[in-house]
Design a protein around this ligand. Sequence first.
Ligand SMILES: Cc1cc2nc3c(=O)[nH]c(=O)nc-3n(C[C@H](O)[C@H](O)[C@H](O)COP(=O)(O)OP(=O)(O)OC[C@H]3O[C@@H](n4cnc5c(N)ncnc54)[C@H](O)[C@@H]3O)c2cc1C
Length: 468
Amino acid sequence: MTATIDALAAIVGAPHVLVHDLDAYANDWRKKYRGRPLAVVKPGSTEEVAAVVRLCHATGTAIVPQAGNTGLVGGGVPDASGAQVVVNVSRMNRVLAVDTTNNTMTVEAGCILQHLQETAAAHGRLFPLSLAAEGSCEIGGNISTNAGGVQVLRYGNTRELVLGLEVVLPSGEVWNGLKGLRKDNTGYDLKHLFIGAEGTLGIVTRAVVKLFPAPAATQTAFIGLGSAAGALRLLDHMKGALGERITAFELISAFSMNVLERFNPALRSPLAAPHAWYVLTDLADSRDALALAADVEAALGGALEAGIIDDVVLAKNEGEARRLWDLRETLPEAQIVDGRNIKHDVSIPISAIADFIAAVDAALEAAYPGVRPVNFGHVGDGNLHYNVTRPAAGYTEEAWMADESARVNRIVHDCVHRFNGSISAEHGLGQLKRDEIRRYKSETELGVMRAIKAALDPKGIMNPGKVI
Ligand SMILES: Cc1cc2nc3c(=O)[nH]c(=O)nc-3n(C[C@H](O)[C@H](O)[C@H](O)COP(=O)(O)OP(=O)(O)OC[C@H]3O[C@@H](n4cnc5c(N)ncnc54)[C@H](O)[C@@H]3O)c2cc1C
């Protein structure tokens, strides 16, 4: 073991091989998984990553690729064996090129997402990937989880934002697919294998990502309405009236708002009366601010008149918009007011979301009378974070999490499957859903996934125990 650590230090330099105080690298963001790495290695270049992987390949040492370590499924942390090496790419954090004519940016895997957004803005462009962890997650992790976030409706998932990749394969070979092409039909499109692979097929070291025109104007609205079905009618109505200018469309349940207010009384709905559901929506226009404001007012005014929505406030400035988004972005942590709950990141065809919510609410209520779903999500993309808080009486937090998780997951995921949805919309499988997915994917699909894994990583050293 010390020989491996010495050899790693010879590659990246001793200060970049950490063996003490490893909590930040060994434990995941939710503190659900607590690992024990042999060492944490922080390479400074693709060549160093490749040399580290060649060493691990030769010695049969397992590697856990890691970026910002904000993942929510335990994909980026080691097991407790003390034998796995975490390869953390955070030192590789340079923006290598910005091409405003090609509308691309070439970046290293350890760039923090927010830094990429700011770099794009400084060039009069938009890098649209946006999520609550953007101040600490890194593009290598975003690519490897095919992160979604709040602007998928208009710009797509990370997969749609990546044009080229450089990847260190489990053998230590470097695949240079660092092209900024929008058209390239030359056989299998390998980059898509690595996007969303959660570090099981190789280590992403660089990427070419797409840029878009920076919006000249944005508009944020917070809306109260009577039902989830109403939110879908509103989405349809807005798509008709405002087209592709809708960038975000988030659904928040009344109980989620209640959770927020109890977590922090300053986080209140800005609407005069309570509603059964809320929608937070963002719109953007790359040209005309006045036209956008007028169109949004007309569209939402029309929705009020048609009885699709009950009330709405429009943010008058950036500060007000920020405060509305604080509501949505604080929800992940606010849920702790009722103790830990059982989380689900699922997607359903958009048209079926209201029926899905009704079906899963009923199934859970039948199994656990008084159960409290904390339901919110990127509903414009069909993505719900359907989290299940225990009934107010009858279960301790520990018993709920330890004894009931499997049954609750089964109820929710079976319902997702029945609606032809996915049990992981944007967070991935990691360790959390690795076994669960076997119930919902066919043997054919699992067989193809295993064959790809075996072809690229026959020794099984790249993030073992995750995904497959
Ligand atoms: C408050 C909060 C809100 C969030 N909101 C969203 C959201 O809206 N949408 C969403 O999609 N996610 C969300 N997430 C989850 C998480 O932020 C994303 O999955 C993010 O993309 C992970 O990036 P990271 O740099 O932290 O990756 P890590 O956690 O370090 O790694 C994630 C996975 O990618 C692998 N990996 C990391 N770097 C590399 C690399 N260079 N090469 C190969 N594999 C690698 C790891 O092994 C692991 O499997 C949220 C998380 C938090 C804490």
